[in-house]
Design a protein around this ligand. Sequence first.
Ligand SMILES: Cc1cc2nc3c(=O)[nH]c(=O)nc-3n(C[C@H](O)[C@H](O)[C@H](O)COP(=O)(O)O)c2cc1C
Length: 215
Amino acid sequence: MGILYLASFMKILILFAHPRLSGSHVQRTLSDAVSSLSGVTFHDLYAAYPDFTIDVAREQALLAEHDVIVLQHPFYWYSAPAIIKEWLDLVLELGWAYGPGGDKLHRKFLMNAISTGGADAAYRRHGRNRFEITDLLSPFNQSAHLCGMAYLEPFVVFAGRWLTAEDLALKASDYQGLIEGLRDGHIDPMTRLAKAYALPLAFEAQRLQKKRHAT
Ligand SMILES: Cc1cc2nc3c(=O)[nH]c(=O)nc-3n(C[C@H](O)[C@H](O)[C@H](O)COP(=O)(O)O)c2cc1C
């Protein structure tokens, strides 16, 4: 049996990264849809750390306070803008996020919310980009897993710049609905796990504990 998170409120942290926000169209629209929602912390990494001097203690405190961590960014070179990598390298420390004693992220959720230049059809084995988007995001999937987090199906706006204003507004509304649904417990994150995702042991331990309490 799965663990039900239904109807429990989740604190959402959106880590946003766009190095050229003035030229952004898609990510700006997505951000506008979620940045001032109550119960959602929207944290613009490039604005907070223009010189890349990441405050590790502050970032770890933010992570500890939230249940669902969203990495919202344009898809750059089949990955994320540089500050996301810097953030991962510095913030997810051995003994804090993983390894002996590294249990601070256990049973939290991680999701990428991205926009691409390429069309959905290009992200196929026989398409121009040769890999599915979920395969290309696998370093995030595995990093979450190593830290005892559950990795959720990414939210993707494909070929965002080519969408009509109406279609982009619809995508932004879908994104807002997803964030609000996760926040309010209307959407159980366990129903949004990435395809074929096997939960890390941190979740199994919780399930066994619940079962023991129930008997
Ligand atoms: C440096 C750079 C790298 C990019 N790499 C990719 C890529 O690997 N795959 C892709 O589909 N689009 C890529 N793009 C396109 C962006 O993902 C796309 O323009 C962006 O998501 C649109 O959002 P925005 O309007 O907020 O900038 C890249 C764009 C830039 C500037």
